[in-house]
Write a protein that binds this ligand. Structure first.
Ligand SMILES: NC(=O)c1ccc[n+]([C@@H]2O[C@H](COP(=O)([O-])OP(=O)(O)OC[C@H]3O[C@@H](n4cnc5c(N)ncnc54)[C@H](OP(=O)(O)O)[C@@H]3O)[C@@H](O)[C@H]2O)c1
Length: 340
């Protein structure tokens, strides 16, 4: 016996990947419903070799459904997640709405799988921000060995992290560079994204940081360890899919770069590609469609006593969103629901 699974936001970037990954990983599905807004009623989406027609989330009755994977943004989540949860369906949410709620676990299955068991208070489990998910997969095994004191991270985030309209904006602006009569004004982003980089993701906070940067700080603490200090600079780059991160870590104990490389090689969800030669590292375009978080450029930071630098790349629509959500569903199934 398998699960009755709902994907809300099935026409979006993350929702489509959720359907792909449920099929690829052979998640035990007895019945599946693809939901989106009324605008998309009847739109066809793929689930393995099946084609599903999307239904209107607003009219959907969650009674009798086991798990709902949500990828619809915070405003719509606020309206529909409690409805699903109250009907007895466990919501695994990709928006930021519930991530900082003490009654909702925030889970990256390679890092804190046991936390899923805390879902019962609200019947909701939160998925972290895409930049946090890939970073904590790499930090956790290093923290277990040498205790992390402080992390300095700079991100290079692809436009698919801002939804399908952002992908269109990069595409249209890029074409317009070669045909200036078609000039495309920025709409999703505050400045031109094609052939440019923008050091601003999400809204500004009073201290001059952005909400995206704050999310990396707060989520790393909630998922890995409250004692870890994080400072982040989040930058949007003209890449369609795949987030890069330059990460500097300061540890309590000394950790040699070779030992760090061995630890990361053994760690779940990680693939180390680290040759000190031309092309001996992974770039965003190479990680697209993959499950792994790739680590390269591991090296000692000789400016501090116990420091390391490395480069971390992952498919933001997968580990940063859809894959992590499906892994949470698998963890919930294996540890709690036990149906599959
Ligand atoms: N992209 C990433 O890397 C990433 C990473 C982590 C988390 N997330 C989060 O995942 C969520 C979805 O992101 P995305 O990139 O997939 O966005 P997207 O491509 O813009 O898709 C949004 C989806 O939500 C649906 N939707 C929006 N408002 C709705 C409403 N009122 N009722 C029903 N359906 C509604 C849309 O349906 P229609 O097509 O009918 O409009 C579409 O299916 C967001 O919360 C985002 O923050 C994204």
């Amino acid at each position: 016996m398998g699960y009755k699974v709902v994907v809300a936001g099935a026409t979006g970037n993350v929702g489509r990947e959720m359907l792909n990954i449920l099929a690829e990983r052979e998640f035990p599905v007895d019945e599946i419903a693809a939901l989106a807004s009324r605008r998309s009623l009847g739109t066809e989406v793929s689930f393995g070799d099946q084609t599903l027609k999307t239904q209107d989330l607003d009219q959907f009755d969650f009674t009798g459904w086991d798990i709902a994977l949500f990828a619809i943004g915070s405003d719509a989540t606020k309206k529909y997640a409690p409805k699903a949860a109250e009907a007895g369906c466990v919501v695994i949410d990709n928006s930021s709405l519930y991530r900082y709620d003490p009654d909702v676990p925030l889970v990256v299955p390679e890092v804190n799988p046991e936390a899923v068991e805390g879902y019962t208070k609200k019947n909701i489990i939160a998925n972290p921000n895409c930049s946090t998910a890939q970073m904590v997969v790499a930090l956790k095994p290093l923290h277990d060995r040498a205790k992390i004191k402080r992390v300095v991270v700079s991100t290079y985030q692809s436009v698919s992290g801002s939804g399908k309209d952002a992908i269109d904006e990069l595409w249209d602006q890029t074409k317009a560079i070669y045909n200036p009569t078609d000039e495309v004004a920025p709409k999703v982003y505050p400045k031109q994204i094609a052939f440019n980089v923008i050091p601003h993701i999400d809204v500004f906070l009073d201290d001059g940081s952005t909400k995206e940067e704050w999310k990396m700080v707060a989520e790393t603490k909630k998922i890995v360890d409250q004692s870890i200090k994080v400072t982040a600079t989040c930058v949007r780059v003209p890449v369609f899919v795949g987030h890069g991160e330059a990460i500097n870590v300061e540890f309590e104990d000394f950790l040699d770069e070779d030992e760090a490389r061995d630890i990361l090689r053994e760690a779940p969800g990680i693939m180390v590609i680290d040759k000190r030669e031309d092309g001996g590292y992974v770039t965003p375009v190479e990680c697209v469609g993959d499950f792994a978080t790739f680590i390269s450029r591991i090296r000692q930071d000789s400016t501090i006593e116990n420091g390391l630098n490395f480069w971390c790349v992952s498919d933001n629509l997968r580990k940063g969103a859809a894959l992590n959500a499906v892994q949470i569903a698998e963890t919930l199934g294996n540890r709690v629901l036990k149906k599959g």
